[in-house]
Each structure stands twice: as C-alpha cells, then as structure tokens.
Design a protein around this ligand. Structure first.
Ligand SMILES: [Zn+2]
Length: 93
C-alpha cells in the first residue's frame, strides 16, 4: 500500500477527530480562556498577554534556550567545545 495514501488518510482522520472534539467542547484560548474557533489557537487578548521568552540565551554563543535557567548559563555545545575567545581584541577595544 502506498505510504503517501496512508499518511493522507491518517491526516484526514486526525483532522476529522479534532473537528469533532471542537464541536463537542468549545475550544478555548490557553492564555485568556476565551472561546476560539479551533483548539490551540490564541485569541486577540491571548496574543496581547502572551510573553515570549526572549532573554534566555547562552552567554557564550547567544543560542536561545527554551527555558530561562538564570544568568550566566552556557549551552551544552559550549560546555563540550568552548568557543575560542580572542581576549586581545577586547584589550585593544
Ligand atoms: Zn553556547
């Protein structure tokens, strides 16, 4: 049997199941709890009150973290292979 066909059928079944659940249980915005048209959707007020994590970065490589682990934390890549920092360039200004 063609895998693309099976994948299409599975996607259609999942969409139909999700639509059925949305009919039975009114989907709500996870931030504001207002009613929305489909599950996982944010309302306008939800978008307004939603805050992205934007200050959690590796201190050496600036790679963003999914969670805020505090100040001065470095990523696993930098722990495994610390980046070469040219201190003489900082001294020259
Ligand atoms: Zn890093």
């Amino acid at each position: 049997m063609d895998w693309q066909f099976i994948r299409t059928i599975r996607t259609a079944a999942a969409d139909a199941g999700r639509a059925g659940v949305d009919l039975l249980l009114q989907p709500q915005c996870p931030v504001s709890n207002e009613n929305v048209s489909s599950s996982g959707e944010l309302s306008a007020a939800g978008w307004r009150d939603f805050h992205f994590i934007n200050e959690a970065f590796c201190q050496l490589s600036d790679i963003p973290f999914f969670s805020d682990y505090g100040d001065g934390v470095i990523c696993l890549s930098c722990i495994a292979t610390p980046p070469q920092i040219d201190l003489s360039a900082d001294a020259r200004g």
